[in-house]
Design a protein around this ligand. Structure first.
Ligand code: HEC
Length: 170
């Protein structure tokens, strides 16, 4: 009987020890509210990423002249097309880049990107940051929550997949 009681105490003790340990672990690995602030190096080499679309000509969702009227070809890339949504949102750090070419000359006419920056950035539009990139000198020429007077937010807000028209899985 005495032994049984001792065993019971021991079990209780080790159980509380384990609980204490896992509690510790929880507090140290608790994810912080992360923010992804892109620099040009985060876009470098995007043409080697996953190509998720190549569209030419008019798309009713583009309106008449938002990046790409009937005379453009759009090629869209993301780092990992198998990335999964979490609670209806692409994870912080998700990057989408779009090359635009003239259909007449095949010349690159512009590069745009959207990055899930997260934290408290652009809170009314799910934390997206909008970009214009310069391919020739590999630089960021524009970035903002309200780039193009908020047009990026407005139009992409109508996309089915957390502000992306193209990145869709499951
Ligand atoms: C009038 C609507 C409209 C506006 C304004 C607009 N976009 Fe788009 N965007 C689209 C559509 C539609 C697509 C997908 C179809 C395509 O490009 O062929 C797209 C695709 C993209 C993509 C590829 C990822 C995706 O959504 O699938 C990026 C990056 C992008 N847009 C950036 C921008 C940025 C940056 C701005 C503002 C400077 C902007 N867009 C403004 C309609 C719009």
């Amino acid at each position: 009987m005495k032994n049984l009681f001792r065993l019971f105490l021991l079990t209780l003790l080790s159980a509380s020890f384990i609980v204490a340990c896992s509690d510790d672990e929880k507090t140290t690995t608790e994810p912080e509210v992360t923010e992804f602030v892109a620099t040009y190096s985060d876009f470098a080499g995007y043409r080697d990423w996953d190509k998720i679309a190549e569209n030419s000509g008019q798309d009713p969702a583009l309106g008449l002249d938002a990046h790409g009227n009937a005379m453009t070809k759009r090629v869209i890339y993301t780092k990992n097309k198998d990335v999964k949504m979490e609670n209806g949102e692409w994870p912080v750090g998700t990057i989408l880049v779009k090359d635009m070419f003239s259909l007449e000359t095949n010349e690159l006419t512009g590069v745009m990107a959207m990055v899930k920056r997260g934290a408290d950035f652009n809170p009314d539009h799910k934390g997206w940051e909008w970009f214009e990139l310069n391919d020739a000198d590999k630089s960021i020429t524009g970035r903002d929550a309200n780039l193009m007077d908020g047009m990026c937010n407005q139009c992409h807000g109508g996309a089915s997949s957390d502000y992306s028209f193209t990145l869709i899985n499951e």
